[in-house]
Design a protein around this ligand. Structure first.
Ligand code: FPP
Length: 253
């Protein structure tokens, strides 16, 4: 409670991105199967979504399945896909009621058809919502996304739609999966790993990075409040000096 009171509601990040790590370790510590950890992780997803909505944070991106996760044992991949479908099916009405709009980034076509169908329905059902934008990164990796962007830019250049001299940071952003969203200002990774692991490499250029030792299934709203307070205690300089920051507002967020 005390931590929540210390948070300045006017200085919240507009976009939080999360690497939800440690489901397997959390389960193993309890003598359970890894998949049990993923199931419990969904409860943390729920709490994270509700808390961000309550705080009025407009964008939340969750790294739910990476390109590299396809290399996990087949049973675990299937269990994760099934969990995804069942969770979306179960939660979509509440997302709609809570004014949450769902988006997906990643290699959508590589997902099983049933997942694509469920995700498309959820996107459609929540399309008119104006509160929290919940962005699920699925079959996503940043190197894949950047390579795809480069390929599409090259194709548009060859087709004469853009000129090579028009290619700049702003144009490149438009070719990323995240073109419609502002860049994250805070990236949280749970479970004590200090890596970005192919997640939003381009978009995290100016994000504050927060690493929590807590495994994802144990990550509760109190932990999010602590991350937010820690974020607010940092000085965001965007490459400028402290003196400039005290007199200027950053241009690129
Ligand atoms: C990382 O823990 C977690 C994942 C690969 C999957 C995260 C997915 C969920 C929490 C369910 C998502 C559901 C929805 C609806 C978004 P890990 O398995 O890598 O843990 P470990 O590092 O301890 O092995």
């Amino acid at each position: 409670m005390e931590v929540l009171q210390a948070i300045d509601r006017n200085k919240l990040p507009k976009h939080i991105a999360v690497i939800m790590d440690g489901n397997g370790r959390w389960a193993k510590e309890r003598g359970e199967d890894r998949v049990y950890g993923h199931h419990e992780g969904v409860l943390s997803v729920r709490e994270m979504v509700n808390t961000c909505a309550e705080l009025g944070i407009p964008y939340l991106t969750l790294y739910a399945f990476s390109t590299e996760n396809w290399n996990r044992p087949k049973e675990e991949v299937n269990a994760l896909m099934e969990l995804l479908v069942n969770t979306i099916r179960k939660e979509v009405d509440e997302l709609k009621q809570n004014n949450v709009r769902m988006h997906v980034i990643g290699d959508f076509e590589s997902l099983p058809e049933i997942c694509q169908k469920e995700l498309n329905e959820a996107k459609e059902i929540t399309a008119m919502n104006t509160g929290l934008n919940l962005i699920l990164a699925l079959s996503y990796s940043s190197q894949w996304e950047i390579t795809e962007a480069a390929r599409k830019i090259a194709m548009d250049a060859v087709a004469g739609k853009i000129k090579p001299e028009d290619i700049n940071d702003g144009l490149f952003h438009q070719y990323l999966n995240t073109a419609a969203f502002p860049d994250p200002e805070l990236m949280i990774r749970t479970s004590g790993e200090h890596r970005i692991s192919n997640f939003l490499l381009y978009q995290l250029a100016y994000a504050e990075l927060y690493f929590s030792p807590v495994h994802w299934p144990a990550f509760r709203k109190q932990h999010l409040y602590e991350a937010l307070l820690n974020y607010q205690q940092r000085e965001r300089r965007f490459g400028k000096t402290s003196e400039q920051i005290q007199t200027n507002t950053p241009q690129h967020v």
